[in-house]
Design a protein. Structure first.
Length: 435
């Protein structure tokens, strides 16, 4: 089958690479020329485990091509996936300008029947706006169908999430579109992965409700972590004990410095706004959002309670990405933490295995902020080490070496990656969340 992807970001590139690896011919339209030239020279603009290999293989076999020519992309196939960004606007609503722009571009180039698929995360009934826009701007009276096929991949495990999904959700208006989706996803349904076919608004809502529910689990466990800190209970064992109940499940009950990334923060806010547009009170999610924003201040307060004064101290930070296995720093807790520590006069030395380039664009290197090329390098002459992202290499760190390198052996761990008894044995002052 031939497939068109609009937007070569995290979702667009993974979708393109995976569809190509199923044997489809894929064209990826991207308006950022720098991105296109990188891709055409075989360099992935993002870090995602397994993506480079999959892209190289499929570019070589000519199953994927890239272009900035939207007409070429639309002429190429009869199924067009919108994988453009849907960031947050100034009022917390979803900014759908990229979806609207892409819909207009499709309309202006529509020449025969096409299925236009929203893969981007959008508020319920956005498909109606896509339809209206195409009808308004299309030059000829050509039939088309709009469908919703939300994406549930996580950064850092995107290829696996795409090729081994818990479910594929497809919202369609007609049986013709359903047939096309069934064929496209056959390599996955043949392996037993479930495909749920529904109407477009239901599919749109499943996506926002899923992300908001996962965010709610995280904020729930974080507020329980606060209670553990006050009462002397241990959050890790509480989460384990709760998670043994199959109805609850252990995943997404890791307490810490809260959720970041380009999705949960904006999707929770967009869901609140959307609910309120329909006259519903979404205070439940307002609280989820508030608990999450308070996590960074909570962590900084912990740091202050340990160091007393930050000014003139040298502090090491391990981790800048919003989660491990990605170079994405969008809404990363590290942003607020670094900003606050710089403002309070500390000197900061940081290390992240892949996200330092993205972080440097926000916080350039200076006398007060040093980027280090090795995880042990920042520790020399540091008064404390803060753990902000739970990369595997930090979990496996040589803690004896860490202790020797730090001027004062203090670790403040925002992700609970170490066994506190082992740290006590090593005589490291160890502070973590909810324990
Ligand atoms: P992104 O910002 O990384 O990528 C979007 C890309 O679309 C950009 O490269 C941009 O230049 C391009 N673009 C925008 N308008 C275009 C146009 N008219 N023509 C060609 N290219 C255009 O975004 P992302 O992280 O891939 O997210 C995309 C959507 O998928 C969002 O709605 C997001 O909420 C959703 N989503 C993201 C993830 C994730 O893990 N990042 C997972 C599931 C769903
Ligand atoms: C999330 C969802 O998990 C995906 O299903 C969804 O497709 C995606 O958003 C999206 O819509 O974009 P992602 O943001 O890539 O994926 O990563 P997650 O693994 O969900 O982590 C999100 C944030 O929550 C991270 O900052 C992580 O550190 C934090 N988190 C996660 C916790 O604090 N505790 C947990 O138990 C789990």
């Amino acid at each position: 089958m031939k497939v068109t992807i609009i937007g070569a970001g995290y979702v667009g590139l993974v979708t393109a690479a995976c569809f190509a690896s199923f044997g489809n011919d894929v064209i990826c339209v991207e308006k950022n020329r720098e991105r296109i030239s990188k891709l055409n020279s075989g360099v992935s603009p993002i870090y995602e485990p397994g993506l480079d290999e999959l892209l190289t293989e499929n570019i070589k076999s000519k199953r994927i091509t890239f272009t900035d020519d939207i007409k070429k992309g639309i002429d190429f196939s009869n199924i067009i996936f919108l994988c453009v960004g849907t960031p947050q606007d100034d009022n917390g609503k979803a900014d759908l300008s990229q979806v609207e722009e892409a819909s207009r571009q499709i309309a202006l180039n529509l020449n025969e029947f096409k299925i236009i698929v929203e893969k981007s995360t959008v508020p319920v009934n956005t498909h109606l706006w896509v339809k209206k826009t195409i009808n308004r701007y299309a030059k000829k009276d050509i039939k088309f169908s709009v469908a919703s096929n939300p994406e549930f991949l996580r950064e850092g495990s995107a290829i696996k999430d795409f090729t081994e999904p818990d479910r594929i959700v497809v919202g369609v208006e007609d049986s013709e579109s359903e047939k096309v989706f069934r064929e496209l996803y056959k390599p996955l349904t043949d392996k037993g992965f479930p495909l749920l076919v529904t109407a477009p608004p239901t599919a749109e809502l499943i996506k926002h409700a899923s992300n908001s529910f996962l965010a709610m689990k995280i904020s729930f466990i974080n507020i329980v972590a606060n209670l553990c800190e006050k009462s002397g209970a241990d959050i890790e064992t509480v989460a384990h004990g709760m998670g043994l109940d199959k109805r609850i499940g252990r995943s997404f009950l890791n307490a810490g410095i809260g959720y970041g990334g380009s999705c949960f923060p904006k999707d929770v806010k967009a869901f609140i706004n959307m609910g309120e547009e329909f006259g519903l009170n979404f205070n439940l999610l307002r609280e989820v959002d508030k608990i999450n924003s308070d996590r960074r201040a909570h962590f900084l307060k912990l740091v202050e309670s340990v160091l007393w004064i930050n000014k003139d101290k040298t502090i090491s930070i391990w981790g800048l990405a919003f989660k491990p296995n990605t170079d994405d720093v969008r809404e990363s807790p590290a942003i607020d933490i670094v900003k606050h520590l710089l403002e309070s006069g500390a000197k900061i030395k940081v290390f992240d295995p892949v996200a330092m380039g993205s972080f440097k664009r926000l916080f350039p290197e200076s006398e007060q902020l040093i980027y280090c090329s090795d995880m042990y390098e920042p520790l020399k002459e540091s008064n404390a080490l803060l753990i902000v992202t739970e990369w595997e290499e930090f979990k496996k760190a040589d803690l004896k070496r860490v202790k020797e390198l730090l001027t004062i052996p203090i670790i403040v761990d925002g992700r609970n990656i170490y066994d506190k008894d082992r740290l006590r044995e090593l005589d490291i002052e160890y502070f973590s969340i909810g324990r």
